[in-house]
Write a protein that binds this ligand. Sequence first.
Ligand SMILES: C[S@@+](CC[C@H](N)C(=O)[O-])C[C@H]1O[C@@H](n2cnc3c(N)ncnc32)[C@H](O)[C@@H]1O
Length: 432
Amino acid sequence: MSDTRAVAAEVLAAVALRGASLREQLRPAQAKLPDARDRALLTALCNEGARWWLRFDKAIDGLLQQPLRKREPTLHALLVLGLVQLEILQLPPHAAVAATVEATRALARGGFAKLVNAVLRRWLRERDSINTQLDRDPVTRSAHPRWLIDVLARAWPEQADAILVANNAPSPPMLRVNARRTTRDQMLAALTRAGCEAQPHPFLRDGVALASNTDVARLPGFVAGHFSVQDGAAQCAADFLDLHDGLRVLDACAAPGGKACHMLERAGVQLVALDADARRASSIHANLDRLGLHCDVRTGDAGDPAKWWDGKPFDRILLDAPCSATGVIRRHPDIKLHRRAGDIAQLASEQRRLLGALWPLLARDGRLVYATCSLLREENERVAETFFSAHADARALSVELPAGHKAGAGWQTLPGEGGLDGMFYAVLTNDR
Ligand SMILES: C[S@@+](CC[C@H](N)C(=O)[O-])C[C@H]1O[C@@H](n2cnc3c(N)ncnc32)[C@H](O)[C@@H]1O
């Protein structure tokens, strides 16, 4: 099947109604479309469909006499995508409606063509009043689940509205120059020659901000490993680790290796990159190979060092812990659909377990950087506080960036501020 909207409807139904990962569904779906413009439209439809699902899913129910969600999930997703095209992508209405109706046939659901046409035309007639109604409820206004709206309002009362807005603003990818292969100036010059608008990030030494979305794999230098895609907030880990040649470093939750590769680009460190998930750990090799880097990749539970540690202390440890990922919703909008309120306490307990288990592995006067891409205090400063209360030999080093906020013993960036994703960092040292 090569109808872009039909392919997108299948992806969105799997993501929004069956709990599948957007990233994992998109990759094979892209392969069905030979044309680059169709692939770009597919990506936009699926990302915006997931981002705005909680608004338009509700709107579609109001436009139907009987909900289709259970009986015909792909058609329901196609209708949501109809509204995404009209409201978010702002495609010309006539073409958007005609192409969406046509997609019913590609899905072997031609019997629903009239219904799809009627629903989308009714939306066009009544959109103003329905949009006003949708804007009354924070859930449909912001397309975020209620629990997350509430928890953000408690954690960041002054910034919560801006966070919701930033999560719904698609952001072009940020790149990280591979200092072992080129310089940032050379890379910017190559991008300019290729007609790609890019700027050096104002305070990140390796960061390059692209002006618009683009197929990064086709940019000059990608195959040769001159750069990687990595948000600026994630690039701060290498700064906070204060790396230099010869240090023994552990990246305890390393896959797919974004921060691990950055560390190796920065300094000649002896790095152990560990991940509990063997399939994800193997993805680290692909990144190392493309960038021309080497390290010791292992599979194991960071919380059970007896199984993989050789007993030699590490000078630096990065614990980029598994978390709610509430700081990276703008790049992974399906997080809004998959994460549940009940996940948070469980994640925090796992974060505490990992931190406690890794602490004894740190060399005297070493540095352990605790990081999450969460915005939730329970996973961030609360984890650090609990840790300090149980470890008299631990001390926080001060951390600060030109963007973000002090958060307990650490630093929190919020999505969009300084062009960054939301991340938390605490830098710990020991007095042994
Ligand atoms: C936030 S991601 C890491 C991203 C990575 N640091 C990067 O920059 O590319 C968290 C990772 O932790 C891994 N993980 C989860 N539980 C773990 C555990 N108990 N031990 C080691 N790795 C774990 C997951 O498989 C996942 O790859």
